[in-house]
Design a protein around this ligand. Structure first.
Ligand code: SAM
Ligand code: SF4
Length: 475
């Protein structure tokens, strides 16, 4: 896809801050939504063009319920026509919750006297990964507090450990990380360990709010955080995830900040983020937040729809922070990845019995605690195609998010067949009978819809090979 030069700013230089609060406020102040402009902007996105900051401001300022419906419908159409019905599944694995920062919204903050601190030992990591594999997980994101214990060497070592764990037919094929910024050498080390996405959230793009909520430690430096992905790119990591924590400041400003961040990465590195996350603030141990900017369910749905339209090529991650009914609703507006079977208490995957959440041991409250199979079963029931695909990343087809989006037929040739193959593996190895039945039905329907895919016989042959016990075969 061609990036839109109107989005670029002469000021964008790798390593230099790029958020201009006044510019964002000016654009927001000048954007007046009317039916014509909203329709034109939605059409622009459906034509697979990136929206400008001015376009996004119009969508963000829209309050007329009829026009909001148009925005939601537009996002839904974009998702259906461009991405189809695949939903990629993953799970978070918290490695350690020691933290020297003081983010007022987080249960892990250094000044929280109630937090029970723990770092998984090598053996505990193995036990937890085995448990995740026994459930059928193939993709993980490892999460760490910001602490001297979690050096780049340590993080790289934990990534390598996870890749080495094999239990039965299980293996983790993609390890993403969410960890504090590193220096150039540090990023090189974790890159060499084979991470998928490096994910880090700015939390809030609004400088004063950032200052208010980040009371100590390295993370208190707004600009250091803001430019950390530039350092990651300079170290050779070209697969990054951005995000904002919704509820700290006006969501309209945060959406504009995220889009500005995308523009910056495109301008500097000719590639945007692989994923955008939009976590919404949840209760946590001993937190200290103002409630002025909490985001309602209705606003949350709008945020997702607007982000989908604003950056049509990017993966969008919806996490178990959200309750089940919101996840169901929001999925249709463009989310492509969700976590499932999520446990965020350190070490909890290896524990046999499900415990109630204890906030002193966790970062925040999760509101969807269904098992991986419960989620898969429900996705199948709604006609989605759950996927554990990791093919592009392993085949070296980097930038797959662009390819799915901009290479005609890419989804048909690669994404859908690979989703089918990974689902078939799941059904064979981990699913109970009722889910199996639903799953094979969804696979059959999806194969029938693969019109024009000229390797259908090969796909059928590969499914048969999976039935016979072969694993990890992909296009
Ligand atoms: N220490 C790393 C950092 O700060 O980048 C790891 C991040 S943390 C383990 C993952 C994300 O969870 C944070 O970036 C933040 O957006 C989010 N988070 C923190 N507290 C939260 C809360 N109370 N509710 C929802 N999300 C929260
Ligand atoms: Fe530490 Fe991250 Fe929590 Fe901040 S958000 S206190 S850096 S774990």
């Amino acid at each position: 896809m061609k990036f839109n030069p109107e989005n670029y700013n002469i000021k964008d230089q790798p390593g230099l801050p790029f958020i201009d609060q006044e510019e964002i406020e000016r654009i927001l102040g000048a954007a007046i939504p009317d039916r014509n402009s909203v329709e034109r902007i939605i059409q622009k996105s459906l034509n697979k063009q990136r929206l400008s900051m001015q376009d996004v401001a119009v969508l963000v300022n829209t309050t007329d319920p009829e026009l909001i419906e148009l925005i939601k419908e537009g996002a839904k159409t974009l998702k259906e026509t461009v991405y189809g019905n695949r939903i990629v599944l993953f799970a978070p694995l918290y490695i350690g919750n020691f933290c020297s920062n003081n983010c007022r919204y987080c249960g892990f903050r250094a000044s929280n006297p109630h937090a029970e601190r723990r770092t998984l030992s090598h053996n505990e990591i193995i036990k937890n990964v085995e448990a995740l594999e026994e459930n059928g997980q193939k993709r993980l994101i490892l999460v760490y507090g910001e602490h001297k214990t979690y050096s780049a060497d340590y993080i790289a070592e934990t990534v390598r450990t996870v890749y080495q764990v094999k239990k039965g037919n299980g293996e983790i094929r993609r390890v993403n990380i969410n960890a504090a910024p590193m220096d150039l050498e540090g990023f090189k080390k974790v890159h060499q360990a084979g991470i998928g996405t490096y994910q880090i959230f700015q939390e809030t793009y609004h400088p004063q709010t950032y200052k208010k909520y980040h009371e100590g430690g390295k993370k208190a430096n707004y600009e250091y955080r803001l430019t950390s992905l530039d350092t990651a790119f300079q170290a050779g990591i070209d697969d990054v995830g951005i995000g904002a924590l919704f509820g700290l400041y006006d969501w309209r400003f945060e959406v504009m900040g995220l889009v500005r961040h995308v523009n910056h990465l495109e301008a500097c590195f000719n590639v945007g983020p692989h994923t955008i996350s939009f976590p919404r603030l949840q209760n946590a141990s001993d937190i200290d937040i103002d409630e002025d900017y909490l985001v309602s369910d209705e606003e949350f749905v709008r945020i997702v729809a607007i982000l989908r339209l604003a950056v049509p090529y990017t993966g969008m991650i919806l996490t178990a922070r959200e309750p089940r009914h919101i996840r169901d609703e929001v999925l249709q507006f463009g989310c492509s990845q969700i976590d499932a079977g999520t446990k965020i208490e350190l070490g909890a995957y290896a524990e046999e019995f499900k415990q109630a959440q204890n906030l002193d041991k966790e970062q925040f409250l999760i509101r969807d605690d269904r098992s991986l199979n419960e989620v898969i079963d429900e996705l199948l029931g709604h006609g989605y195609l759950p996927s554990f695909c990791t093919a592009c990343y392993r085949k070296g087809r980097t930038g797959e998010h662009f390819m799915e989006f901009s290479v005609p037929g890419f989804i048909k040739r690669y994404c859908t067949p690979n989703a089918i193959l990974t689902l078939a593996e799941y059904l064979m190895d981990y699913a109970p009978e009722a889910t199996k039945e639903k799953g094979w039905k969804v696979i059959t329907e999806n194969i029938m819809q693969l019109n024009g895919f000229n390797r259908k016989d090969e796909l059928l042959n590969r499914i048969e090979r999976i039935r016979q016990g072969e694993r990890d075969i992909y296009f």
